[in-house]
Design a protein around this ligand. Structure first.
Ligand SMILES: [Fe+2]
Length: 264
């Protein structure tokens, strides 16, 4: 799948609007400044490095996170309707956790986690459109995301920490200590981790279906990836979010991203 420039920009505006609408207090401005600082990197990032995984295309990260936030808000209503105790966490905690759940995928202050694949064999045979940046020391995605928040002075609550840490549910063995305990006193005290995990699962599954079901059915049109116009216009009109900078993707500073866009 290829997103057009206007979609990439609209998704960024929507992403910032989630923060603007739901995050309160001192950390709101810090979070906005954090995302503006890394805007260029984040708005073009894929959600994963391999095409068999979900949203492995430019702009895939923000598109995925927006879907997780939307799913999380709908699941919030469902859990409330079905009788879950919604007094144990806030909607702000849910949206903050959803917005930042995959933040560790950006890398750190100086190094991007994903760079465009330079090995054509791996790209064509293995579908690896991106490769991990080996200059980056290893950390799990949740650990790096939480590190990035704290290193930029953005506070998170205990509930948010557990939700971000366990958002992969039992797909990550390390989460068993939170999610597979049989002792009541060790179980999570809120449904927040389960709602975030469900939202992430739902979003990734939908992204897989969109990308792969037409291909598996042999739909030739789904294999066609035409080159798109990457000149960004200003689509911030009517939004309450901070204005996204209007810019042409041709002005991107990152060498890796330039190469990647040239190959589209
Ligand atoms: Fe995710």
């Amino acid at each position: 799948m290829i997103l057009e420039a206007k979609d990439i920009q609209q998704n960024w505006v929507q992403f910032m609007a989630h923060i603007d609408s739901h995050v309160q207090g001192d950390r709101k401005q810090k979070l906005i400044e954090f995302y503006e600082k890394y805007q260029e990197r984040i708005m073009l990032m894929p959600a994963s490095h391999k095409k068999e995984y979900h949203n492995a295309f430019p702009g895939g990260y923000v598109e995925h996170v927006n879907r997780v936030v939307t799913c999380a808000l709908k699941l919030y209503d469902l859990w409330a309707e079905m009788g879950a105790d919604m007094s144990t966490f806030t909607k702000e905690e849910l949206v903050f956790s959803a917005v930042n759940h995959d933040l560790g995928k950006i890398g750190d202050e100086s190094e991007e986690a994903y760079t465009p694949q330079t090995d054509n064999w791996r790209k064509e045979k293995l579908g690896e459109n991106y490769m991990f940046n080996t200059k980056l020391p290893f950390a799990s995605v949740p650990d790096r995301g939480l590190y990035m928040l704290q290193s930029h002075g953005i506070q998170y609550s205990f509930n948010e920490m557990v939700a971000i840490q366990t958002h992969d549910g039992l797909y990550d063995e390390g989460n068993k200590k939170y999610l597979m305990t049989y002792l009541p006193e060790q179980k999570p005290r809120t449904s927040l981790p389960f709602i975030l995990h469900q939202a992430d699962l739902m979003a990734a599954r939908i992204e897989f279906e969109r990308e792969w079901l037409p291909k598996l059915k042999g739909d030739k049109n789904s294999l066609d990836s035409t080159k798109k116009n990457f000149t960004l216009g200003n689509s911030t009109k009517g939004s309450t979010a901070p204005a996204a900078k209007s810019k042409a993707l041709g002005s991107i500073k990152s060498e890796g991203l330039k190469n990647m866009l040239d190959n589209l």
